[in-house]
Design a protein around this ligand. Structure first.
Ligand code: G3P
Ligand code: MG
Length: 250
């Protein structure tokens, strides 16, 4: 059985606030969400920051990259203006800020490990260790809904997370499900497959569920499509349209 929330706000607050910011988390809470997906990448000095793109230019103005910038400098950058003037100076959050906010607001987290190229194992291990250290009591409590689910497209990042904190659950992100998905998932000790809803079929969904894995989709913004994939046995999905698809969506 899927022990996690069914509907999850994508990148913080979906499209209602700048992605991967505390303002996004606030938007999710305002719409009743207590479940969030977001992306974590390491800074130059090896600190996990909540950001999606390795390079500046889209959500952070200017040139450069996350992996070549220290955390303190990233935290001083404006990750809000691209979305709207009212979000000017909304900072790039530290992962630990997201943990603190989510714990205080009782928000469940799907932490996507998003390594810059060449930093797969380092990022996976760092995210797993910090998450485990911050959720020690919840892990001891034994209720999976009380602690985060890690996920990644990177096999190496998830393998490193498994080795660093095997007790944390892992979801394997696959854009298209390859023929050998089960062998890979087994090696990672994954509890779930996270996949692109665009490529999912009823047969694949049935195969994944029959093998005993959780099945989570990204990113569903059309309520009709959401109902369709739920009818195929999908356990949950993330959405950008937190205004259209609420936490109680069926
Ligand atoms: O974790 C699901 C989804 O966030 C994967 O795609 O590019 O939005 O991180 P992306
Ligand atoms: Mg993501």
């Amino acid at each position: 059985m899927w022990p996690y929330p069914k509907i999850v706000a994508h990148r913080g607050g979906g499209t209602l606030a700048p992605e991967n910011t505390v303002a996004g988390l606030r938007a999710g809470v305002a719409y009743g969400f207590r479940a969030v997906e977001f992306d974590v990448m390491l800074s130059r000095d090896g600190i996990g920051m909540v950001v999606h793109d390795p390079a500046f230019g889209r959500t952070i103005a200017g040139q450069g990259s996350v992996a070549q910038t220290d955390a303190v400098d990233l935290a001083a950058m404006d990750a809000g203006s691209w979305f709207g003037a009212e979000f000017r100076d909304e900072p790039v959050p530290f992962f630990t800020q997201f943990i603190d906010y989510c714990k205080a607001q009782r928000i469940w987290m799907n932490v996507e490990i998003k390594p810059a190229d060449g930093f797969e194992a380092e990022t996976g291990a760092w995210v797993a260790k910090i998450t485990r250290d911050n959720y020690a009591a919840e892990l001891a409590g034994g209720d999976p809904a009380g602690y985060p689910l890690l996920s990644s497209f990177s096999f190496d990042a998830l393998a490193a997370a498994r080795d660093a904190a095997p007790e944390l659950p892992r979801g394997y992100l696959l854009d298209k499900i390859p023929a050998d998905w089960q062998a890979q998932a087994k090696q990672l000790g994954a509890v779930a497959i996270h996949t692109n809803q665009k490529h999912l079929t009823p047969a694949l969904a049935a195969q994944i569920k029959a093998a005993g894995y959780g099945l989570f989709c990204y990113t569903v913004n059309d309520p009709a499509r959401g109902r369709e994939i739920l009818s195929w046995g999908v356990d949950g999905f993330c959405t950008d349209r937190i205004d259209l698809i609420g936490p109680a969506f069926t």
